[in-house]
Write a protein that binds this ligand. Structure first.
Ligand code: ADP
Ligand code: MG
Length: 725
């Protein structure tokens, strides 16, 4: 399996396979599965191909005409392939191919072009299926179509695989099945060799399905073993117990809270309190709807750790958010958060803010407080991760809005404890169970499902600006009504503006480009332009300000403060307001060019206006037609406030690779067949099997094949996404 392809195939083919498809070994090639299967004699897939696609099609030749070219020497051959309903033209210059005759079957590959409104291939690569050929594959019912590249066509891959699989009888010996026999039998799975044969040379689609379900198992199990090993390793780490102590900061926090905790907050709180009390570090993911009150849960955990003599760090994704957390927590703690200051309570602690934009003197002081332990609660951004930030006794790391941080960053902060600290990761993006079991598979999960009662809730509507221009006026009128009633509003735009071609603030949840290439569309609306238009137009007379990522931290903080204090009535902003910003008096959000945002992002955004007792309103303004896929996606966002349902929708509209954080195709992530959307049950079963396999101290010692697969995943850059997710 580990034999380099260069020893089995021609050097040129092997080099191209390595460079263009990342296939190095026999194993890689065997695991390069067909993208789909074409069926000879069946209608060709021509109707589905799009101009610009690089595709391979299996089709039958209808007609061949050759004529001399008018302006040049040489001849032009036009070949029409396909069937009655969908056809495609192939164009060859000076081409002579004796076998290219009507009725011949062939595979044609190239980039689809267009000529006079008709799709065509100019100079396609082709491989004719010759019945005289000894190539019996062609006679099979299903022809595999592989992910191909410029120099490695689908049929070259097919031929190469045939070579590997061809040694009939011998192939089975070649392949070691890593899956323990007992697991295979229990789940009724094919042996590996049989599955590989069937996925590459199926006779029926049932063959393909059976093979795929076996091969998905390999992917799911190896992945879950990797994660289970991590959980196990983490569980064995020595940590420090931070037991709850009465009469300390935590009790003071509880006494100061202006509201009663929800049942969910209480339950999760108990869970955390118990885990902090153990001398194994906690690794927990807290997910909860936008506005479900995660911050207070985290604060209570931090207070417990401070009471036990340790320090707690809160890592926020933006300076705005870090500053807001610091402000909120200081306010809540009052004198207890100002120990060491004149009016502080010596029984309390210090709340220290550490961000990249601190002036030198302030930074020095913050660093000193962190290092000597007088800062019990340290709040900051990435700056916390830097060298030179040394904690006296870091007991708990809280990561807010995890999707902005990678595992590496979590680990960088963890490494700042003398012993591994407890870790709490909070995310407002509800995570489908499968993603929780994969991307966050090394964390235990708690969920806050309930919103604090007395919330007004948000109602959302789509405003189709092109179809119903009148609705846009109505949107501004609604905004004015709310402001007149004493409320505040956000207007969110995808871009900052002013600079030519500046990029969207946040490409995070960028929606798929289903409405055609971006270049065809007008540039996204920009904060600076929209603010100007609103000031002199529909929102004239209102106190309006802007907030975006190009402002200095001081400017941002000032803008946020003014808005929080109600001095600013309308804040025109980029997605910097997406995460965690908390101004309960804000009740309206107008999202411009809403189609430019991802589903989860929109859900996050509108969470900004459901935070007080007043009902919130979110208006999604878009040029997209109501009936387009984009329009429908927005309608779906408007129709439900169930974050879990939306997370699923988000998963559907994004590619798997994006979710897993892999920049490249599934090949790189080690996941080719497994679908996070469809294989939930399989992933859950594999997780249970993986946990069981690793339950004893022998680990994988009895399963060397599996151990090798796990090691391969870990050493491979394919595991990158595990780190970067
Ligand atoms: P998120 O989970 O989105 O981070 P926050 O922690 O920012 O939500 O909380 C949202 C708002 O709800 C804050 O203003 C917070 O003070 C308030 N809040 C939190 N818990 C409760 C509760 N139990 N009852 C009432 N309001 C609460
Ligand atoms: Mg939050």
């Amino acid at each position: 399996m580990q034999t380099p392809l260069a020893r089995v195939l021609g050097p040129k083919t092997a080099t191209s396979m390595s460079e263009q498809l990342g296939l190095e070994t026999v194993r890689d090639l065997l695991r390069h599965y067909p993208r789909r299967y074409a069926r000879r004699g069946e209608q060709a897939d021509l109707a589905d191909v799009q101009v610009g696609d690089r595709v391979t099609v299996l089709a039958q030749v209808r007609s061949v005409t050759t004529r001399p070219m008018r302006n040049r020497r040489g001849s032009l051959t036009e070949v029409v392939v396909g069937d009655g309903s969908s056809r495609m033209k192939l164009v060859f210059f000076n081409h002579r191919h004796a076998q290219l005759k009507p009725d011949a079957w062939g595979m044609f590959a190239g980039t689809v072009g267009e000529w006079r409104g008709e799709k065509q291939f100019a100079h396609p690569d082709m491989h004719l299926l010759d019945s005289a050929d000894d190539d019996t594959d062609w006679a099979r019912a299903l022809v595999p179509i592989y992910p191909a590249s410029k120099d490695v066509s689908s049929w070259v891959i097919q031929k190469s695989l045939k070579l590997l699989l061809g040694a009939t009888g011998g192939f089975g010996e070649l392949v070691d099945d890593p899956l323990p026999e007992e697991i295979r039998a229990r789940h009724g799975l094919l042996p590996l060799a049989a599955a590989l044969l069937d996925i590459h040379r199926p006779t029926t689609m049932e063959d393909v399905e059976r093979a795929a379900s076996r091969l998905k198992w390999d992917e799911a199990l190896v992945l879950q073993l990797t994660l289970a090993a991590r959980r196990r390793a983490a569980a064995l780490e020595p940590g420090i117990a931070r037991p709850r102590r009465a009469g300390g900061l935590l009790d003071a926090v509880d006494a100061a809270l202006p509201f009663a905790l929800t049942e969910g907050q209480r339950e999760v709180g108990e869970e955390l309190a118990a885990e902090l009390d153990r001398d194994q570090p906690m690794h927990r993911l807290l997910q909860g709807e936008v506005g479900s009150g995660k911050t207070v849960v985290a604060l209570r955990a931090m207070a417990q750790v401070v009471d036990a003599g340790g320090q707690a760090a809160l890592l926020a994704p933006t300076e705005v958010l870090a500053a807001q957390h610091a402000r909120g927590i200081r306010q809540l703690l009052g004198p207890l958060g100002r120990a060491g200051e004149l009016d502080g309570d010596p029984a309390g602690t210090r709340v220290t803010l550490l961000t990249g934009s601190l002036k030198a003197a302030a930074k020095r002081q913050a660093l000193a407080e962190v290092a000597d332990g007088s800062a019990g609660i340290v709040i900051g951004t990435h700056a916390l991760l830097q060298q030179g930030v040394d904690f006296a006794d870091l007991g708990l790391v809280v990561v807010d809005e995890q999707h902005r941080f990678g595992v590496e960053q979590r680990d960088a902060l963890r490494a700042k404890g003398t012993r591994p600290p407890h870790v709490l990761v909070m995310t407002a993006t509800p995570i489908p169970r499968t993603v929780a079991m994969t991307v966050y598979g090394d964390l235990e999960t708690s969920t806050l499902r309930q919103l604090p009662s007395g919330r007004g809730g948000v109602s959302s509507s789509v405003v189709p600006a092109v179809e119903k221009p009148g609705w846009v006026d109505r949107a501004w009128a609604r905004l004015r009504e709310e402001v007149a009633a004493g409320r505040q509003a956000y207007v969110v735009c995808p871009r900052i503006g002013d600079l030519p071609g500046d990029e969207p603030e946040d490409a995070d949840g960028a929606p798929p480009e289903e409405d055609g290439p971006r270049s065809d569309r007008r540039p996204p609306l920009a904060v600076l332009d929209v603010a100007e238009l609103l000031r002199s137009g529909p929102l004239a007379g209102l106190r309006l300000d802007v907030l975006h990522g190009r402002m200095t931290p001081e400017e941002k903080d000032a803008a946020m403060r003014a808005f929080a204090a109600g001095e600013t009535e309308v804040l025109v902003a980029t997605t910097v307001v997406e995460v965690g910003v908390d101004v309960p008096n804000a009740t309206v959000m107008v999202v411009m060019d809403a189609d430019r945002f991802g589903v989860s992002q929109l859900h996050q955004l509108r969470g900004r206006v459901a935070r007080g007792k007043h009902a919130g309103l979110c208006l999604l303004v878009t040029d997209a037609p109501t009936s387009s896929p984009t329009g429908q996606r927005l309608a779906a966002v408007a129709a439900t406030s169930d974050g879990f349902e939306l997370a699923r929708l988000d998963l559907e509209t994004r590619r798997e690779g994006d979710v897993l954080g892999a920049a490249q195709s599934g090949t790189r992530s080690g996941i080719r067949l497994l679908s996070l959307l469809e294989d939930e049950e399989l992933i859950a079963t594999a997780r249970a099997e993986a946990t069981a396999l690793l339950a004893t101290d022998r680990g994988l010692a009895d399963h060397p094949g599996l151990a090798a697969e796990v090691a391969a995943l870990a050493s491979d850059d394919r595991a990158d996404w595990l780190e970067k997710a």
